[in-house]
Every structure is written in C-alpha cells, then in structure tokens.
Design a protein around this ligand. Structure first.
Ligand SMILES: *[C@@H]1O[C@H](CO)[C@@H](O)[C@H](O)[C@H]1NC(C)=O
Ligand SMILES: *[C@@H]1O[C@H](CO)[C@@H](O)[C@H](O)[C@H]1NC(C)=O
Ligand SMILES: *[C@@H]1O[C@H](CO)[C@@H](O)[C@H](O)[C@H]1NC(C)=O
Ligand SMILES: *[C@@H]1O[C@H](CO)[C@@H](O)[C@H](O)[C@H]1NC(C)=O
Ligand SMILES: *[C@@H]1O[C@H](CO)[C@@H](O)[C@H](O)[C@H]1NC(C)=O
Ligand SMILES: *[C@@H]1O[C@H](CO)[C@@H](O)[C@H](O)[C@H]1NC(C)=O
Ligand SMILES: *[C@@H]1O[C@H](CO)[C@@H](O)[C@H](O)[C@H]1NC(C)=O
Ligand SMILES: *[C@@H]1O[C@H](CO)[C@@H](O)[C@H](O)[C@H]1NC(C)=O
Length: 360
C-alpha cells in the first residue's frame, strides 16, 4: 500500500514539475514557452513611438494613441520605428522621426531604447523584438552606441551567424532562461558587424508583404521585400520568417498618413479588409500563421484578438487592459477644443512644404 502510494507520488513528480514551469507565462501565456521564437505570432506596433495624442497635439502623422510602454503592457511584442540622422547643435544625433524630423520627432533612439529597457527590467518573462527602419543608413557602430548607451544591449540575442539563416530558432523558454530576450532587426544593414552581432539585417532573416495599402482590397500575402524572393514558394523555401503588414494609409494625401477612421475595420477579427481575414488568408498560403503582424492603432479591434487566435492563446495573463476606442480630443483624453487640432494639421502641412523645399 505504502509502496504503491510512493510509486504514484513518483509518477506524479514530473507532472508537478511541468505544471510548475507551465505556470510561468512567456509573452503572457504558458502555452508559448516551449514554442520556437519563429513558431508563434508576435503582435507588432508599426511606428511604435509616433503618437497621436495630447503629447503630439493629435498629430496626423501619429500611428498609435498610446506610447511604447502601454503597448508592451497590452501585449505588443514587436516595436518598429524609423531612425533618422538629425543635426542638433552641430552634432549628429539619431532620432526617431516620421518620414522627416520636421514632421514628427519622437526624440533620440537611445531614449526610446531606455524606455523599452525599463519595461524589460520589470517584465522578465517576455521576449521583445525591435525593428528599426534605417532611413539614413546608420552604421552598426552608430546604432550600437545607442543600444549600449541605453544599457539594453545586455538583453540582446546574438544569432549564430549574422549572414546565414539558422535552421531553428530558440524557444521563448531558452531566450528567457539565457536572458537574451531582445531580438533586433534593422532594415537594412548592408554590412552587419561582428562587433555588434545582435544587430540583424532584417531581410536576411525576414520577408514582408506589401505595406503601402490604401484600399482594403489591396492586402496581399505575396512577398514584396526582399525583392529577390518574388513568389510565395520562394519565400517559403528561403526559410525566412514572415512579417505581415496590415495597416491602411489614407488615399488622397500628399504625405503617407494612417487611415484612422477605418482602423476599427482594419483591425477587426472578421470582415472585409480585416486583420483576422488577412491572418487566415496568409496562414493558408504559407501553411502556418505569420511570425509577426504589424498594425497601426494597436488597441483598436483589438488587434491582439487576432494574434491570440493565431497562437491558440486563451486567457492570457499579465496584460493591462487598454480601451479599444480611438482617442480623440473630444473623448476627454486630449486638451479641449478643435482649434489645436487644426493648428497641428496646419503645422504638419507647413513642415512638409519646408521639408520638400529643403529637399530632406
Ligand atoms: C509550432 O507550434 C505548433 C503549436 O504548438 C506545433 O503544433 C508545431 O509542431 C510547431 N512547429 C514547429 C516546426 O515547431
Ligand atoms: C506612457 O503613457 C502612460 C499613460 O499615459 C504614462 O503614464 C507614462 O508616463 C508614459 N511613459 C512614457 C515613457 O512616456
Ligand atoms: C541643443 O540646444 C537646445 C537649445 O539650446 C537644448 O535644449 C538641447 O538640450 C541641446 N541638445 C544637446 C544634445 O546638447
Ligand atoms: C540558452 O540557449 C541555449 C541555446 O538556445 C539553450 O540550449 C539553453 O537551454 C539556454 N539556457 C537556458 C538556461 O535556457
Ligand atoms: C488598391 O485597390 C484599389 C481599388 O480596388 C485599386 O484601384 C488600386 O490599384 C489598388 N492598388 C494596388 C497597389 O493594388
Ligand atoms: C479610409 O479608408 C476607407 C475605406 O477605404 C475610405 O472610405 C476612407 O475614405 C479612407 N479615409 C481617408 C481619409 O482616406
Ligand atoms: C467602425 O466604426 C464606424 C464608425 O464609428 C461604425 O459605423 C462601424 O460599424 C464600425 N465597424 C466595425 C467593424 O467595428
Ligand atoms: C482574403 O482572401 C479573400 C479571397 O481571396 C479576398 O477576397 C479577401 O480580400 C482577402 N482579405 C484580406 C483581408 O486579405
């Protein structure tokens, strides 16, 4: 009797172990811990630091109502941004700007990386991906100094090779176990550096579909970049991870600005032009869900719902909830009155004219 109980207890032990480790959620769910980095879907905030809220007087160049910290708190795990060179007081600085630093300047790359590091310090079971658009061809040393200045390089994952795709990617568990929880891709890095091996050239590891969509009938799963791939089968056999762009630009504007009024349809789980339908379409094309999906106004939809569905995640833990409503000055989140908004639109137009005149 005693022996039997002992044996029963012994057979239960491994179960107890797995229950304990399974209780540790990785990226908000225990079910993701044992899956490879490339075998889950990460929700991405397109142009993460470019905000459309009180801070920017509701700039029409803003892609999100809530900042990077709130994005991460809500489950976003990929953050994209554009890096531009800016002359400040006679010295070269690397700023996050939307198309032009005259249009929307969200500060230095280093200060944004510090914000992300602060979040990662406090959230030790999460793997975060950064995707930098290298608008002014910053070198690995230029970018690397911003990473080390922010101290976030300590979390950076270094791939086995910066020029060759790995056969397999680590699981979230092993990235978390090694505290190499930051994946960094740069579009593009023509000369990856062995001194900064964590800076991965995006198109060596990832392919994307078309991103310049102005009509909800435009979405396609076909590879657009790198241009060398051409067909879906070439993209698939290349072994690269798939980043699915799913956001809509306004059609009749001089500058590219996000289509805000249609965001609830764009980020919905079902319906014509929805994120959910795009994920399903592309899942059938590639026989697995995209590794990354990139959206504007991440809270609307909510976009997270389509990503949870792709991951088979229910009952995610550790997320803070955020309103799915658009943020407007009228909703009480901004300063009152419409005058300011018109003022900001005018300022944008003036800035663009100035930028064009200066040829920047
Ligand atoms: C990807 O994850 C799914 C769900 O856990 C699993 O069924 C599948 O075997 C995994 N594929 C690979 C290649 O790891
Ligand atoms: C981000 O937004 C939240 C909510 O508005 C605010 O409390 C926080 O200070 C902001 N963080 C940064 C780094 O701007
Ligand atoms: C540049 O000059 C401005 C205005 O004098 C100042 O506010 C800012 O801190 C300076 N920036 C640097 C990097 O020195
Ligand atoms: C660290 O990463 C390696 C390679 O992915 C993996 O084999 C190892 O288990 C990881 N260590 C921990 C503590 O997770
Ligand atoms: C996007 O859709 C519109 C309306 O169907 C069409 O006129 C336009 O050519 C499409 N653009 C692309 C790039 O497919
Ligand atoms: C946003 O997209 C919808 C659907 O295509 C369109 O009806 C609307 O005019 C667009 N808004 C702007 C400002 O382009
Ligand atoms: C999107 O918002 C518009 C305007 O508020 C509303 O009429 C429409 O039903 C909403 N669509 C979805 C899919 O939520
Ligand atoms: C999904 O595919 C269907 C069938 O080809 C197409 O009609 C629809 O526009 C696609 N939707 C999205 C959002 O990609």
């Amino acid at each position: 009797m005693f022996l039997r109980s002992l044996l029963q207890a012994a057979t239960l032990l491994p179960l107890l172990y797995s229950t304990t480790s399974a209780q540790n959620a990785c990226n908000n769910s225990p079910s993701l811990c044992r899956r490879a980095y490339n075998n889950i879907t990460h929700l991405g905030a397109h142009d993460s630091p470019f905000l459309r809220n009180k801070e920017t007087s509701f700039s029409t160049s803003g892609n999100h109502y809530y900042n990077t910290t709130v994005q991460l708190d809500s489950g976003v795990r990929l953050l994209s941004a554009q890096v531009h060179e800016k002359q400040a007081n006679g010295t070269k600085e690397w700023h996050l700007c939307h198309s032009s630093c005259n249009l929307l300047d969200a500060g230095t790359l280093e200060s944004w990386l510090s914000e992300i590091k602060t979040w990662m310090d406090a959230n030790t079971n999460d793997v975060v991906t950064i995707l930098l658009v290298n608008s002014d061809n910053a070198s690995p040393a230029d970018l690397g100094s911003q990473f080390s200045g922010a101290g976030i390089d300590r979390y950076a994952y270094k791939p086995p090779s910066t020029t060759t795709l790995p056969q397999t990617w680590p699981t979230l568990d092993s990235l978390i176990g090694n505290n190499t929880r930051l994946m960094t891709f740069v579009a593009s890095l023509s000369q990856p550096s062995t001194q900064y091996p964590y800076l991965m050239d995006e198109f060596t590891f990832i392919f994307e579909n078309e991103y310049e969509n102005t009509n909800p009938s435009n979405y396609s799963c076909k590879p657009d970049r790198p241009t060398s791939l051409g067909t879906t089968s070439a993209a698939l056999s290349s072994g690269r991870m798939f980043l699915m762009n799913h956001f809509l630009y306004q059609s009749q504007t001089f500058i590219q600005s996000p289509n805000e009024t249609y965001a609830n349809v764009t980020n919905a789980q079902t319906g014509f032009g929805s994120l959910g339908d795009s994920v399903k379409n592309c899942t059938s094309v590639y026989a697995k869900p995209p590794t990354f999906v990139l959206v504007d106004f991440f809270n609307v939809g909510p976009a997270m719902a389509s990503v949870d569905a792709a991951n088979g995640v229910t009952g995610a833990t550790g997320r803070k909830s955020v309103s799915t409503a658009p943020l407007t000055q009228g909703s009480g989140a901004g300063t009152s009155g419409v005058g300011k908004r018109e003022g900001s639109t005018l300022a944008v137009v003036i800035a663009v004219v100035a930028a064009v005149a200066l040829g920047s």
